[in-house]
Design a protein around this ligand. Structure first.
Ligand SMILES: C[S@@+](CC[C@H](N)C(=O)[O-])C[C@H]1O[C@@H](n2cnc3c(N)ncnc32)[C@H](O)[C@@H]1O
Length: 185
């Protein structure tokens, strides 16, 4: 229920009335090589749909940095994951990802997983987030997000090369997982 309440208070920032389902969450994990990842960042974990899978699958030494702007969700994340080693919960903004990586002693993230609602966020906010993401993932990192349609594909292509689209039909509505990398310019 907390999701609906938060959505009603801040519809553009929350962007969905319910958390992502298990099938989509599993599909979001598919592109990640958990054996080699040193640091994984998650934007907008909300109540932890993707985080549950990340903490279950990641190597104990892999650092996981969760960046969530909503105070209520942050409290829930702290209750669920606050005691876990190498899991860092930040009440802050995805656009400041480089500052948070730096605070924990990392230059780049191997994977940045996003649950952010790019369709409803103001375009200038999306621009700040995606520009910061390019620097935060460096040349080798991957940026993974989901969309309910491919209308924003060209928007993402201004920032990244899209290397893969994974379709998940067992989600309401069906979704695409987009895997992106640096354009290498
Ligand atoms: C659609 S919900 C997704 C939650 C979860 N990842 C899921 O899939 O169920 C979007 C989340 O992004 C968060 N969010 C929106 N803008 C943000 C920003 N600039 N930085 C960090 N989190 C943000 C919202 O508070 C919300 O928790």
């Amino acid at each position: 229920m907390s999701f609906i309440f938060e959505y009603l208070k801040h519809p553009r920032r929350i962007g969905a009335i319910a958390p992502s389902g298990k099938c989509l969450s599993r599909k979001m994990m598919q592109p990640i090589d958990f054996t080699s990842a040193e640091v994984i960042v998650e934007y907008g974990p909300g109540t932890g749909s993707f985080t549950n899978h990340l903490v279950a699958e990641k190597n104990p030494d892999t650092s996981l940095i969760l960046i969530e702007q909503n105070e209520h969700f942050c409290r829930q994340l702290n209750n669920k994951y606050g005691d876990m080693e190498n899991v860092h919960i930040i009440h802050g903004y995805a656009e400041d990802v480089e500052t948070y990586l730096d605070e924990y002693g990392f230059e780049h993230a191997d994977y940045i997983i996003s649950g952010l609602p790019f369709t409803s966020l103001p375009e200038e906010v999306s621009d700040r987030i995606l520009t910061a993401t390019i620097s935060a993932m460096g040349d080798a990192g991957r940026f993974i997000t989901f969309q309910y349609s491919l209308v924003k594909r060209h928007f993402f292509e201004q920032y990244f090369n899209i290397t893969n689209y994974l379709r998940e039909f067992r989600n309401l509505p069906p979704a695409y997982v987009l895997v992106m990398k640096s354009r290498g310019e």
